[in-house]
Design a protein around this ligand. Sequence first.
Ligand SMILES: NC(=O)c1ccc[n+]([C@@H]2O[C@H](COP(=O)([O-])OP(=O)(O)OC[C@H]3O[C@@H](n4cnc5c(N)ncnc54)[C@H](OP(=O)(O)O)[C@@H]3O)[C@@H](O)[C@H]2O)c1
Length: 195
Amino acid sequence: MRKLTYYIAATLDGYIAGPDGADPTGPGGFWPIPGDYLQHLIAEYPETLPGPARQALGVTAPGTRFDTVLEGRHSYEIGLKAGVTDAYPHLRHLVFSRTLPESPDPAVQIVSGDPVATVRELKQQDGKDIWLIGGGMLAAALYSEIDQLIVKFAPLTTGIGIPLFGRDVGFDPRIWQLADHTVLGSGALILTYTR
Ligand SMILES: NC(=O)c1ccc[n+]([C@@H]2O[C@H](COP(=O)([O-])OP(=O)(O)OC[C@H]3O[C@@H](n4cnc5c(N)ncnc54)[C@H](OP(=O)(O)O)[C@@H]3O)[C@@H](O)[C@H]2O)c1
């Protein structure tokens, strides 16, 4: 069965964005991406690079892991504000929102229903794994459905920000099995955990 993977960049203190929702690796972000980190993503996770980045870097590899990406409305709107209506045209792209009246892009599906039910349905379909890109609110809603966690820890702390599972998640301890790890010279750490 297809797995749901929460693949996300985080600070050492567990934040995925600044307190105002600032994208850590976006333009003017607080984590300038190191060269070895970018090379690792290109080699291992090419399908997770946004379309414009793939184009700029000459990346055409389809990737081996994901063919579908699930995104919360706040995260989707970061690209939208920059004029990008579909940052992942090489993937099936679902955006969860109960307020967006219609999709700004025919290739992007707006889902207003229950994310858990949608994920359970997607898992029954054929295909590669499903990438949960975030943000924290959507990850909290899908906490029970996550089969794999890939956290790209940046060698920085921020003290405050949007946590991995948002600000409004319940207390629900879960033990994860370390399946893989990569330590980069720049200090980034990529950890893969499974349930
Ligand atoms: N570090 C990384 O790799 C990374 C990756 C992705 C995103 N981010 C960061 O994450 C931040 C956004 O995170 P966030 O937690 O504020 O928001 P989010 O999860 O991206 O989006 C929240 C929105 O998603 C929709 N949603 C959430 N749960 C839902 C549910 N159960 N049913 C239906 N719709 C649901 C709602 O939209 P409506 O209000 O329209 O209903 C909600 O307001 C961004 O600032 C971005 O920088 C970081």
